[in-house]
Design a protein around this ligand. Structure first.
Ligand code: GRF
Length: 205
């Protein structure tokens, strides 16, 4: 594959620390891209302030304003297309996106998840890891497919689970790795020269 174009759309619902990691990586040259828009489904999301501080356009699309997931997805796609977005980064976006959205950006939607997938998909991944008693958890950045938290893996980083960890301390330690992993994965995607081989995201020969 040739390198894909470099306009990102970032979708958030909350504090936006992973958005900030992308902003910082662009600023210091680790990520060769620009963020065309940050969209939140929550009006008060802290990440919106981070985007505004970085001079990035923002939009709020409250999912409750649309009658169905399809309608909401269509509205999101319209907003992203209006800004010529090439790659969509889900960064703590707490809505599942549907087939209509995924088909609009083939192999160009990425998500960050705070566990080593396929372990502990879904909500509260850090609590799931603690409850299961694993000794190592971590972070996964993957392409988004219709199945939740199950698309081809671009980057993973392990994080040890310590004896006295709580959900909060483990989440904080994983978050440090998230902030390194997300820009790295997006840059890898933008670099092109990769293929999807079965489930594997790997270098093209
Ligand atoms: C992160 O833990 C991310 O992995 C998960 O949601 C959280 C978002 O945090 N998908 P932030 O809003 O980026 O700070």
């Amino acid at each position: 594959m040739t390198p894909v174009a470099r306009r990102l759309g970032v979708l958030i619902s909350g504090r936006g620390s992973n958005l900030q990691a992308l902003v910082d990586a662009i600023a210091d040259g680790r990520l060769n891209a620009s963020i065309a828009v940050v969209i939140s489904n929550v009006a008060g999301a802290g990440g919106l302030d981070r985007a505004r501080s970085a001079g990035i356009e923002t939009a709020v699309l409250d999912h409750r304003g649309w009658p169905s997931r399809d309608d909401y997805d269509r509205a999101l796609v319209d907003e992203l297309r209006a800004r010529d977005v090439d790659v969509v980064c889900l960064a703590g976006f707490m809505r599942r996106i549907g087939a209509r959205f995924i088909e609009a950006f083939p192999d160009a939607i990425v998500n960050i998840h705070p566990s080593l997938l396929p372990s502990f998909p879904g909500l509260h991944a850090q609590a799931q890891a603690l409850a299961h008693g694993v000794r190592v958890s971590g972070v996964t950045v993957h392409l988004v497919t219709p199945e939740l938290d199950a698309g081809p893996i671009i980057v993973q980083r392990p994080v040890p689970v310590l004896e006295d960890d709580t959900e909060e301390t483990l989440a904080a330690r994983i978050l440090v790795e998230e902030h390194a992993a997300y820009p790295e994965a997006v840059q890898r995607l933008l670099d092109g020269e990769w293929i999807i081989d079965g489930r594997r995201f790997r270098k093209a020969e």
